[in-house]
Design a protein around this ligand. Sequence first.
Ligand SMILES: O=c1[nH]c(=O)c2[nH]c(=O)[nH]c2[nH]1
Length: 308
Amino acid sequence: MADEVDDFNFEQRHGKSRVRVARVWRNNKDGRHFIVEWNVSISLLSDCLAAYVRGDNSNIVATDTIKNTVYAKAKECSEQLSVEEFAIELAKHFTSFYQQVHAAIVKIVEKPWERVSIDGQEHEHGFKLGSEKHTTEATVKKSGALTLTSGIEGLTLLKTTKSGFEGFVRDKYTILPETRERILATEVTASWRYSYESVFSTPRKPLYFSERYLDVKRALTETFYGHPKEGVYSASVQSTLYDMAKSVLNRIPDISSVQLKMPNLHFLPVNMSNKDNNIVKFEDDVYLPTDEPHGSIEASLSRFWSKL
Ligand SMILES: O=c1[nH]c(=O)c2[nH]c(=O)[nH]c2[nH]1
């Protein structure tokens, strides 16, 4: 919200951050339970200039009310839904219920609770925490205009071979030897934008976006590792990142752009000797793992003809 006030430009938003909610659905027919745990942050763009410049709160939706709405809407969701659908539902509520709210931005991070299996049998109500997190951000305007992005945080991948780095710039400060044999490890942060531009045009299929999330994760990991036996050679983090981004856009038609951040988590060869002995001679076996410092490599890829 940009306003002109006292000869200044003024922009403001308010909301509630890190509202934590868990929702359980119980299937009384087969006894299976489902749980999600969400950390919700909401920002409202609203006409409430008077609160800032005159101490007049008459247009303010209290951030406490914003927080309560998260629990009320979670209660209302009688069927299991994706984190994206919940974000859109919340944002729609704020923009349609309050005349002074022009737009709502809802960000959610989902904790990766996964059903456990005991002796190969899926447990009805037992869950353990997985690793990577599913994120989303929905922005909804009063008109129903939507921008929807989703993401993965903390997808940590490693392969012990089929990676190298050669042919890079060599100058008076370069020490790094060229190699066709190294460990490749990274912690992927991905975000992608869906092409739906209105809350009225999103797919109605239950858990549609949860399925797309799994598709993206599969595209990223399969491309990183390659075939289970042969693998695939990586000439650099850059080249693997590009292949991963491309596979997301090639496999999932309703994603219009994807951004990947892939730090290069180094595994340094260990060579140790003193004046008498070679204690450890590196033979692609003993490494010093380190994440500090790490290479930082990021890029985004979008379709030419996406409606962005
Ligand atoms: O895959 C890599 N990309 C780089 O840009 C780089 N730089 C570096 O020192 N090692 C690597 N590895």
